[in-house]
Write a protein that binds this ligand. Structure first.
Ligand SMILES: C[S@@+](CC[C@H](N)C(=O)[O-])C[C@H]1O[C@@H](n2cnc3c(N)ncnc32)[C@H](O)[C@@H]1O
Length: 259
């Protein structure tokens, strides 16, 4: 009970569930059960608790980078798409970390049992490179995403198809596209489109003018993205990928879309 009349509800910005646009209810508690001003656990703390010893857990180095990237948008009503859901643990992490976000998870396997049941979570079943499904993901979220995070196939060619569609049609201007596990480009002998890790020497006398380069899988894709990132200088304007900045870290890349 204790329901406010509609006019008062509108005046203080509460919706029908008594939660306002920043996810805070009348008692000052947000969707994660935190009170305003209460110190929030960081992403690493949340993920460590939820993943436990899951072998697919996101490595600590990613989580520390993501904390820096995501902290400014933590309480905003952002839209986030993650390609690759697996047991649904990262979905549980986003549920706690982003109390006001709309989140879509896509996987070629069926939804896991613990996929969050809240209305703001949506599951899409199918291949990460199917444009019809990616369009459905955008519709489910109610528009283009602030963050797209690819943790699915880790195959360069398939990852590239998702990027080509989503960076153009599914990412907001100013949004960020994150690709994880670039190291799979060097995991030869497995299912990945990889080649053995063989970094060329840098700058030795007699080096060829065309630099030998790793052109396979995920690393080959990152190099293509870097090429497109140079278009405003080299070609006098963006290609169909308006890339403002590419940040390559150990095993993850951020591709920032121009405003
Ligand atoms: C590393 S797991 C995802 C882990 C999850 N993001 C997390 O952090 O808890 C990779 C997932 O990608 C899915 N996957 C692999 N290839 C895919 C594809 N081509 N399209 C969609 N999902 C794919 C797998 O079924 C698997 O569940």
């Amino acid at each position: 009970m204790g329901i406010l009349p509609g006019t008062q509800r509108a005046w203080i910005g509460l919706n029908r569930t008594g939660v306002n646009r920043t996810g805070v209810n009348r008692s000052g508690v947000n969707r994660s059960g935190r009170r305003a001003g209460e110190k929030q656990p960081d992403l690493l703390a949340i993920a460590s608790r939820l993943y436990g010893d899951d072998p697919y857990r996101k490595p600590e180095v990613y989580l520390r980078e993501y904390e820096r990237l995501f902290a400014p948008m933590r309480d905003q009503p952002i839209r986030l798409l993650e390609l690759g859901v697996h047991r649904g643990i990262s979905m549980q992490v986003w549920r706690e970390y982003f109390p006001s976000a709309t989140v879509v998870g896509l996987d070629s396997d069926p939804a896991p049992a613990n996929f969050p049941a809240e209305e703001r979570f949506h599951f899409i079943h199918g291949g990460q490179d199917d444009p019809a499904l990616l369009r459905r993901a955008i519709e489910a979220a109610g528009g283009a995403f602030d963050v797209v995070l690819d943790d699915a196939s880790h195959l360069g060619a398939i990852t590239a198809r998702s990027f080509a569609f989503l960076f153009e049609h599914g990412l907001k201007p100013g949004g960020v596209y994150v690709i994880e596990d670039l190291c799979t480009a060097f995991t030869s002998g497995g299912d990945f489109d990889a080649a053995p890790y063989a970094p060329p020497e840098i700058g030795l006398p007699g080096m060829p003018r065309v630099f030998p380069s790793h052109e396979h899988g995920m690393i080959g894709l990152v190099k293509q993205i870097v090429d497109h990132g140079q278009a405003p200088t080299a070609a006098g304007g963006y290609t169909r990928y308006p890339i403002e900045r590419v940040t390559v870290m150990t095993n993850i890349v951020y591709v920032h879309k121009a405003e």
